[in-house]
Design a binder for this molecule. Structure first.
Ligand code: NIG
Ligand code: FE
Length: 415
């Protein structure tokens, strides 16, 4: 089995937290990876004392991350040693909210918004029209290039939604293509009512809850609905989520993006894993979230790209709500896949401490996806790690826009 020792880690964010330090920070740390999993976490001195990384036959090879992959293993039990040289290591980012299967471009809408035009849910229909026209191969190529973009920026687990097909056949192929790249596929047939159903929205909700759901459920883990003015009413949303649950899917909700409304309370009532956006919350929403298992997933790329006010993460965290941050990468409201940018925005604009933002982008995302094998660095969990070109995780917010991801491992393999 291939083994890798990362040693001389100046600051290791394990997320095996305590009330005082939710990031479970360790200094001068070392992590041993065996196969796809983390085998051991300790200090660099302990690693030396245990003789980890020293092959009795061949001796250890010191590998500098900046000079690429090491010479191939010469012995089955050989341990590749990566000297972090005092730099920081964090868990791979868990981006729990993306819309990565689509065609087309809406840069013109972004330009108009920067001149003062508001964001409206209706723009989704332009991407639907372009996506319906695209071949499977074209969609697949674009999706794969987004996946490469995510990996290069340190994201090792990500969710992908359907929602730009809105016919049975198109939603099915988006779900199928998404399932080629992630187990976290979300059926979002209830994204908006497509134009051909504009005068008979009840028929569209019937279709979503019937044939469309049946076609997509085999490729999907989650069911989502855009519960918002201009998209689906709370009653329609409840129907869609209930139908999804009856098909074995787990619910999540787009809610409270464009104004206050029922989205958050519906998500809590349905036991949703997460309610995403949460831009406009009243006190009852915050209280409902605080007394639930539903994660509030904040998407600061949307506020950045739509000029809406940023949600107050401090208010949520202080009330005891579990907060995740995600990119919402999509061509309309947030065309970025950068989790480091989300961290910088969360710190600068939403009242989060750097440690809280990094936690929310890793362990928080894992909670939002109900995953207990990622987002945390501990023995037995998946070896998804990021070596930063920085001494501390704070640099992700302190040095916005700078590519600080030096090296990424997913399932124990360098990406
Ligand atoms: O999460 N809110 C709904 N859906 C996306 C926007 C999609 C689009 O504008 O194309 C979102 O922001
Ligand atoms: Fe979204």
């Amino acid at each position: 089995m291939k083994a890798t020792l990362i040693t001389n880690i100046g600051e290791l964010t394990t997320n095996v937290g305590t009330p005082d330090d939710p990031c479970g920070t360790r200094r001068d740390a070392a992590v041993l990876i065996e196969g796809e999993r983390i085998a051991w976490v300790g200090t660099s001195a302990e690693a030396r004392a245990l003789g980890l990384g020293r092959d009795p036959d061949f001796g250890a090879e010191e590998v500098r991350p900046d000079v690429g992959n090491p010479p191939r293993t010469r012995h089955e039990e050989h341990v590749e040693v990566v000297d972090a040289e005092g730099r920081a290591v964090i868990p791979g980012f868990v981006d729990s909210h993306t819309h990565l299967v689509f065609a087309g471009d809406r840069a013109d809408e972004f330009e108009a918004r920067m001149k003062g035009a508001p964001y409206a849910a209706g723009g989704i229909r332009r991407t639907v029209a372009a996506t319906r026209e695209a071949s499977d191969d074209a969609l697949r190529r674009r999706l794969r290039s987004f996946v490469a973009e995510l990996h290069a920026q340190g994201t090792t687990t990500f969710e992908v939604k359907t929602g730009y097909g809105l016919t049975v056949a198109d939603e099915e192929r988006l779900a199928r293509l998404a399932a080629e790249v992630t187990p976290e596929v979300t059926f979002l047939g209830a994204h908006v009512v497509p134009p051909e159903y504009a005068d008979r929205r009840d028929d569209y909700v019937d279709l979503v809850c019937g044939a469309m759901l049946s076609a997509c459920a085999p490729h999907s883990r989650w069911v989502d609905v855009f519960c918002e003015t201009g998209a689906f009413t709370p009653e329609e949303s409840r129907r869609v989520l209930a139908a999804g649950v009856a098909h074995g899917l787990e619910p999540r909700v787009h809610g409270n993006q464009l104004g206050t409304g029922e989205g958050v309370r519906l998500a809590v009532a349905m036991g949703a894993a997460s309610v995403d956006h949460c831009t406009y919350l009243d006190d009852a929403d915050v209280a409902a979230l605080a007394s639930s298992r539903t994660v509030a997933t904040l998407l600061p790329g949307v506020e950045f790209s739509t000029r809406q006010p940023y949600p107050d993460a401090r208010r949520l965290i202080d009330a005891g709500v579990t907060v995740a941050i995600a990119s919402d990468c999509n061509p309309g409201s947030s065309f970025t896949s950068s989790m480091p940018l989300m961290i910088a925005l969360a710190v600068r604009e939403m009242g989060m401490a750097p440690a809280e933002a990094v936690w929310a982008a890793t362990a928080g995302g894992a909670r939002a996806l109900r995953r207990d094998d990622v987002g945390v660095i501990a023995p037995g969990l998946r070896a998804d790690l990021v070596l930063l070109e920085a001494p501390t995780r704070t640099h992700l917010a302190y040095r916005p826009g700078v590519p600080l991801v030096a090296r990424v491992w997913k399932d124990g393999a360098p990406l």
